[in-house]
Ligand binder design. Structure first.
Ligand code: CP
Ligand code: NVA
Length: 304
């Protein structure tokens, strides 16, 4: 099996914090004007079956700035759109490129690609997980707060791919995580149970957003309807209304609390404009850190 990044649960605490330490070093070096070339002569393929701004551009920019090159494929431009089996695509891609970055629907799709690919497969978001994003989010928390282990992290809203991945990170790295989700929109129960069995700090799901946010150091939110759930948007708008991250909700958090949002944001839905534009929100630092964490990921997976 190649050196894949499919789910954070496949990695140890040291490996996960290793990506972040390396990304912090690469960020510092690039701010100092240092040029990198360690991926010179390497090529990655990027297969994206869902839209992306940040993940696509930051992976491409990361690859180019390490001296490598990128071939971007939207699914509609490939034979996947005409039902060529994924396992065939995986084996063909591996003959041309040194790694594949994939954004798709089911987690089983990246797993199948990885099973047939002889080059590393990196998960750039599925319906179940968004592992690269959570690494850049934790990097941002560490930059702002020094460390994450003693913090209380709150998640407010949908128990979606981001929430599932935060749950895995909490169990692996060891920090307190409380998620407030409406009934029927909880995180994946198997992922939660596996993480709870491993967790060394409180890891719970509650109904009340005020309870999750109380005394929190970090408050995290995401869209109410993820990509692929557009048909549910109107219904979700009603159900999730009490879960909006706004000044009133944040009154219960610590004064020096920070707000995370992976973007894209829907102002006036999951987050108020005031909070998104306010000084406590670090969404644009998170977006920048995707570039640095992706460099660390590419170095680790494509060079190894
Ligand atoms: N946060 C994130 O993954 O953004 P994109 O969908 O723009 O890649
Ligand atoms: N939960 C969101 C994250 C977008 C980066 C989605 O899957 O659409």
């Amino acid at each position: 099996m190649a050196n894949n990044l499919l789910s954070l649960a496949d990695f140890t605490r040291e490996q996960l914090t290793g990506y972040i330490d390396r990304a912090l070093t690469l960020k510092k070096e690039s701010r100092e004007g240092q040029r990198h070339q360690q991926l010179s002569g390497r090529i990655i393929g990027m297969i994206f079956e869902k839209p992306s701004t940040r993940t696509r551009v930051s992976f491409e920019a990361a690859m180019y700035s390490l001296g490598g090159q990128v071939i971007y494929l939207s699914s509609k431009d490939t034979q996947l759109a005409r039902n060529e089996p994924l396992k065939d695509m995986a084996r063909v891609m591996a003959r041309y490129v040194d790694g594949v970055v994939v954004r798709t629907f089911g987690q089983e799709i990246v797993e199948e690609l990885a099973r047939y690919s002889t080059v590393p497969v990196i998960n750039a978001l599925t319906d179940l997980f968004h592992p690269c994003q959570i690494l850049s989010d934790i990097m941002t928390v560490i930059e702002k707060k020094g460390a994450i282990e003693k913090l209380k992290i709150a998640w407010v809203g949908d128990g979606n791919n981001m929430a599932n991945t935060w749950i895995q990170a909490a169990a692996e790295i060891g920090f307190e995580l409380i998620l407030a989700c409406p009934s029927g929109y909880e995180p994946d129960p198997e992922i939660l149970a596996a993480a709870q069995a491993k967790a060394t700090r409180p890891l719970t799901v509650v109904r009340d957003p005020l309870e999750a946010v109380k005394e929190a150091d970090v408050v995290n939110c995401d869209v109410w309807a993820s990509m692929g759930q557009e048909d549910e948007q109107q219904e979700r708008m009603k159900i999730f209304q009490p879960y909006q991250v706004n000044s009133e909700l944040l009154a219960g958090a610590k004064a020096e609390m920070i707000v995370l949002h992976c973007l894209p944001a829907h102002r006036g839905e999951e987050i108020s404009d005031e909070v998104l534009e306010g000084s406590r929100c670090v969404a644009f630092d998170q977006a920048e850190n995707k570039l640095h964490i992706h460099k660390a990921i590419l170095e680790k997976h494509i060079l190894a």
